[in-house]
Design a protein around this ligand. Structure first.
Ligand SMILES: [Zn+2]
Length: 182
């Protein structure tokens, strides 16, 4: 379960905006990702689910993937929410890793650092890489900072280098003032 607490989600996923507004109007807490990070909220009105192995999507929250036969329930059993989000970083459509990265930043789970680094290293999508850079900065571990310092000058995409540079500036600023809890 995940509680929505900032605007980033609906900016990236406008289809969620009306749900959020409605929740706000009624002073309710809007819960996104309430059960499964493999939900795909932007596909029309119907909710879609992903297979965490072959990434095919389907309309029902089924136990076994109808395409590759993976026992999804078994595959995800024992994995906590952050671990499921980390798996979702591997989805081939950029919107899912971006959404998962953002949620990992909200959780502040440092186990996401290495998977985010891997994502930045392998993705060809500058928006995905930039989103992951921002989350790494938010997690702010020594390993994350070291990686950001490296790619700020070496990443092949200017947008990613700029995002990393800005993130490091923000981190330095955050270090000077009292560090806020994430
Ligand atoms: Zn499958």
């Amino acid at each position: 379960m995940f509680i929505l607490s900032s605007g980033s989600w609906w900016e990236a996923y406008p289809c969620q905006r009306s749900l959020y507004d409605e929740a706000k109007r009624r002073s309710l807490t809007y819960e996104a990702f309430d059960t499964c990070p493999f939900r795909k909220p932007c596909e029309g009105r119907a909710m879609r689910y992903y297979c965490p192995k072959c990434w095919c999507d389907f309309g029902d929250d089924v136990t076994c993937c109808p395409y590759c036969g993976t026992n999804i329930a078994e595959f995800l059993q024992g994995k906590d929410y952050a671990e499921k989000l980390i798996i979702a970083l591997g989805h081939p459509e950029p919107e899912t890793p971006i959404r998962a990265a953002w949620a990992l930043g909200e959780l502040g789970d440092e186990r996401a650092v290495e998977p985010l680094i891997s994502l930045i290293e392998r993705t060809q999508d500058v928006y995905t890489a930039s989103a992951a850079v921002k989350v790494l900065a938010r997690l702010g571990t020594a390993q994350a900072r070291r990686f950001l310092r490296g790619i700020a000058s070496t990443h092949p995409a200017a947008m990613v280098r700029d995002t990393a540079t800005q993130a490091l500036v923000n981190l330095a600023g955050r270090g000077k003032t009292r560090r806020k809890p994430i």
